[in-house]
Design a protein. Sequence first.
Length: 326
Amino acid sequence: MYYTILGSMGVENILITGASGQLGAVLTKSLQQKFGIDHVIATDLRPNKEARGIFEKLDATDPEALKQVVKRYKVTQIYHMVAILSAKGEAFPQKTWDINMGTLLNVLEISRLLKVKKVFYPSSIAVFGHHISRINTPQFSNLTPTTVYGMTKVAGENWGNYYFNTYQLDVRSIRYPGVIGYQSLPGGGTTDYAVDIYHKAVKQEPFECFLKASTRLPMMYIEDAVRASIELMDAPAEKLSVRTSYNIAGMSFSPEDIVASIRKTYPNFEVRYNPDFRQKIADSWPMSIDDSKAREDWGWKPRYDLDAMSRVMIENLKSYYNSVIA
Ligand code: SER
């Protein structure tokens, strides 16, 4: 009895939706290390074949299915990582709205009903659009996004804020910049070129870039992005003054900057520029972000700059491709 009470008081059970996605996969591993493999429930439509631990096939658009998993595992925190990203979303505007908003509303409402303690909701630099200062974009800026994905993130931030103010549900959120990692591939984003480019460089193949050489965007190494999310979730609630979503910055660079960084290892790396519809999306986003609120409130500080990231990306992708060939 004593044991049960102790257990139910102190134990956190963490559910991740979209756990097989680019960020979800790496986040799942970090949360398993932090909370123990038996306390992290990875969910997605498809399993991540390389992942260890508990996996539940879950369609987060189905509220009953989500409710059952939250109940069965006595979930105390949810990281809601499901989303259709900016570029792919433009091909299916209504479906993107339905999936991004429908899954979030399910997560918020079920969290309220079943008394989940905390919810993490990823927002994005895609919330910004025209009529902003594109350099060091302030926390509280005009939010008129140009993509449906961005529209869902603005609405999602406001829903999170609403559940916090109305129901005291502890929703926390970060506006991720473009996220770059070697562990998993992104799908359908405007910043994805910055992941693909490393794969080509390591395979010693030429790269065709869908953005112009000078297009500067806010970016972040995946370890920083995952650490930021967990640090925000760990921060004392009373320190958090922003309940829509925090600006966070890692680094800012353009395709020509990342090429220069890669050429420090591969001097003959060849790149061609062939901008497509994603150029217009990128042109509506900030070039750099002012994240002073996140720094002040919960001590955010990035660890990776462009060259540090290039070194880890190249090293890890080299071992990966060598092991595939071997
Ligand atoms: N990386 C995302 C995208 O490009 C931005 O949140 O869509």
